[in-house]
Design a protein around this ligand. Structure first.
Ligand code: AVI
Length: 722
């Protein structure tokens, strides 16, 4: 027996270095992935792209043998010289090799011999690492371990492909029973763009293709905060997505037509719906799960159908590096995400010398980059700079997608509203009592009606607050430091803003935040024209969820502005939550000016929300018209009536839509039964006593440093500081 065949523990005894531990743990993991597979499972090859598990186990050992043991371990004896031919993957400079499509024909060496090969290499690696490894050994060790982790994922990809060919639908592992949750509503997060740094710096391990780190210019862009789901994909299929060339790249259309694709790889249409082959065997397609096993061609076609695009790899990376990843979910550990970037060298990239120079560089042609990492990727194998790549027609990887679109140059309202709107409507109308979120009042018609409400004689809020703000503007302005930035939440037409801007010329910037891009564009243009010295930096976002201020106001002390008693439309816990988030967004030294209506008699409140001309009634009913128009609902507007109710206990005015008769309504294929007199609760307007408001602000980390109240009808304006 040569020293190479000694068992690890006999050879190195107390060797316990970190490198050794890492080596052992990666190698152990490969073996545990192979453990559930029989010798027959491990020997078969289902297609030229896939390799047998036995081959992966041997090839990863060959890698250590070739690049570390042979050159750096004195006296190392190669286990079997024939293995250089059998288990060289693609290194031209190392000579000829077994053709890739014929790896499954290698019945010899047996699985047992491969296990002995692994042990031989492990024992030698223990010896190599038990000394004081040089930098080059360390570097190659990092590469060898990352390489083996890549093959761990390949083992799972390849075995799934193999098992998918079996009429028995074998499960690689038992499914862990879990609750099926509905898909999360989708939201598009805006990123400012600008000059971004991408790629890996020095200091920690990265593949050569992630370097050099370099600058790229990004136009403003938006990314979906979640992955495209099976449910989304079903809608694409049902819309004839696979049969409509207008969505497909020319090469993609050729493949779809030739291969007859009608769904992602591993999907099968059953009598009762779609099933999908997974590592847990064949299962019904779960609409809430991210779609997986789609090619780049399919991903690009889906994005075109959805009126969006795929992100570039630089957009993806810059977003992943943003604080809290900008709120993006499912970045890693679910599916690899196709990007629209061709796999190419970064500026200044040079493949290293020798055979290892072939590791990545020579594949930089005809492939597309994927980012993230999937459920089969070993834990902590990937990073924000990681570049995976596959040819555009391949779909056996765990590949899915996240949508993107252009930020500032896009005139459309965020498309996320649509799916979130439907989700919210279905959830609200399924609840008991039925509800609808009041934020959906404000489509173009709703916004027009709200403006009309503000002019009604009964609706005292706008007029009273405006007069109060005018009177106290100098006092507010005196509290605003030089060079501060005014940040308005839900800015709309930015009307009341002007009172503050006029009184506080020391303001250097104005950042209005609103979900409506068109309203924001209009307001921005008007403010820019009238305040030429002011930097205006609009942010299209849901103001309750904005996570970052525009770059243009970074560094300035922020003054939040939230007038109109919109805070009264949140339940107290949400109002508190909003104020807390606003504090985090505005940052150190911020202050906030908030307008909030005050509790008063129902004789004043009810007419304000149920006016004689019926404008508020039309405003309330408009949400049903919007559901009919945007979600294909069939509400009969004449069969619902507007109600305004003062709830003294909760200190709020409630708006409801009351069903005038028993009826059935459908929205987006969902059916909702209404009893006669049953209501949909559409809005709350909380009216605050000063102590109640102060308590909420206090819990959110603010203190009220000044409060003003108008003469009757009472309305309050608060200055909050932290
Ligand atoms: C926008 N918000 C403060 C208004 C309010 O008074 O609650 C919305 C409104 N609802 C009916 N009339 C006005």
């Amino acid at each position: 027996m040569s020293p190479d065949d000694l068992h690890a523990s006999e050879t190195v005894g107390a060797a316990s270095g970190r490198d050794l531990e890492r080596y052992r743990s990666v190698r152990r993991r490969t073996e545990s992935l192979a453990a559930p597979l029989s010798a027959e499972d491990q020997a078969a090859q289902s297609m030229p792209d896939a390799s047998p598990t036995k081959w992966h186990r041997a090839h990863t050992s060959w890698f250590f043998e070739t690049f570390l043991l042979t050159p750096y371990l004195a006296g190392y004896r190669v286990f079997d010289p024939a293995f250089g031919y059998l288990f060289n993957s693609y290194y031209e400079s190392l000579g000829p090799r077994q053709p890739r499509p014929a790896r499954g024909l290698l019945t010899r060496p047996s699985g047992t011999e491969v296990a002995a090969y692994r042990q031989h290499v492990d024992a030698a690696m223990e010896r190599l690492l038990s000394g004081a490894p040089s930098d080059v050994i360390r570097e190659r060790l990092d590469l060898g371990l990352a390489h083996e982790e890549q093959h761990q994922e390949l083992i799972l990809m390849d075995i799934l492909h193999l098992f998918a060919q079996s009429p028995l639908d074998p499960a690689y592992q038992a499914a862990t029973p879990g609750r099926r949750a509905p898909a999360e509503p989708e939201r598009f997060v805006t990123f400012d763009g600008g000059l971004a740094e991408v790629g890996a710096g020095q200091g920690s391990f990265a593949f050569d293709n992630e370097r050099p780190r370099h600058k790229v210019h990004l136009a403003p862009y938006r990314l979906s905060d979640r992955l495209v789901t099976n449910g989304d994909w079903l809608a694409f299929i049902e819309a004839g997505g696979y049969a409509r060339p207008e969505f497909w790249l020319s090469d993609g259309w050729a493949v779809v037509s030739e291969e007859g694709w009608t769904a992602p790889l591993y999907w099968r249409r059953e009598d009762i719906g779609w099933s999908v082959m997974t590592l847990n065997g064949r299962l019904p397609v779960d609409p809430a799960e991210p779609v997986v096993h789609v090619s780049y061609y399919e991903a690009a076609a889906y994005a075109a159908w959805a009126g969006k695009r795929l992100p570039t790899e630089a957009e993806w990376e810059a977003a992943a590096r943003a604080p809290g990843a900008g709120g993006l979910r499912q970045l890693n550990g679910h599916v690899w995400q196709w990007t629209s970037s061709a796999y190419a060298a970064y500026p200044g990239f040079k493949p290293g010398p020798g055979a290892l120079g072939e590791y990545n560089g020579k594949f930089m042609i005809n492939q597309m980059v994927l980012r993230g990492g999937c459920s089969a990727t070993p834990p902590s194998h990937t990073r924000a700079t990681y570049r995976n790549f596959f040819a555009p027609g391949k779909r056996w990887a765990f590949s899915g997608l996240r949508l993107a679109d252009d930020g500032a140059s896009d005139d459309r309202e965020p498309a996320s509203v649509d799916s979130a709107f439907l989700d919210d409507v279905v959830a609200g109308l399924s609840a008991k009592p039925k509800t609808l979120p009041s934020k959906y009042f404000y489509d173009a018609e709703g916004s027009r009606l709200f403006e009309a409400i503000c002019d009604l004689p009964e609706y005292y809020l706008t007029r009273t607050e405006t007069a109060l703000l005018r009177a106290i503007a100098p006092e507010i302005a005196a509290r605003i430091p030089n060079g501060a930035a005014l940040v308005e939440f839900g800015s709309g037409a930015s009307t009341k803003t002007r009172i503050i801007l006029d009184a506080a010329p020391q303001l250097s910037a104005y950042a209005p935040i609103d979900i409506s891009k068109s309203a924001l564009d209009e307001a921005t243009a008007a403010i820019e024209a009238d305040y030429p010295n002011l930097k205006v930096a609009p942010l299209v976002d849901d103001f309750t969820r904005a996570l970052r201020l525009p770059q243009a106001v970074a560094g300035a002390v922020a003054v939040g502005f939230f007038p109109g008693s919109t805070i009264g439309n949140f339940p107290p816990a949400e109002a508190e939550d909003f104020l807390r988030r606003a504090g985090e967004l505005l940052g150190e030294g911020a202050m906030m000016v908030v307008g909030a209506d005050v509790a008063k008699g129902a004789d004043v409140l009810i007419p304000a929300y149920d006016d004689a001309q019926g404008v508020t009634a039309a405003f309330n009913l408009n949400v049903l018209a919007r559901i009919n128009r945007e979600l294909g609902g069939d509400f009969d507007l004449a069969a619902f009536g507007h109600r305004a109710v003062w709830n003294d206990q909760e200190s709020r005015v409630e708006m409801h839509l009351a069903s005038q008769r028993a009826q059935v309504v459908t929205v987006g294929g969902h059916r909702f039964d209404f009893a006669a007199g049953e209501t949909i609760h559409t809005e709350n307007s909380y009216k605050y006593r000063p102590e109640a408001f102060e308590a909420i602000a206090g819990r959110a980390g603010w203190s009220v440093s000044r409060r003003w109240e108008s003469v009757a009808p009472a309305f309050g304006v608060y200055v909050l500081t932290r």
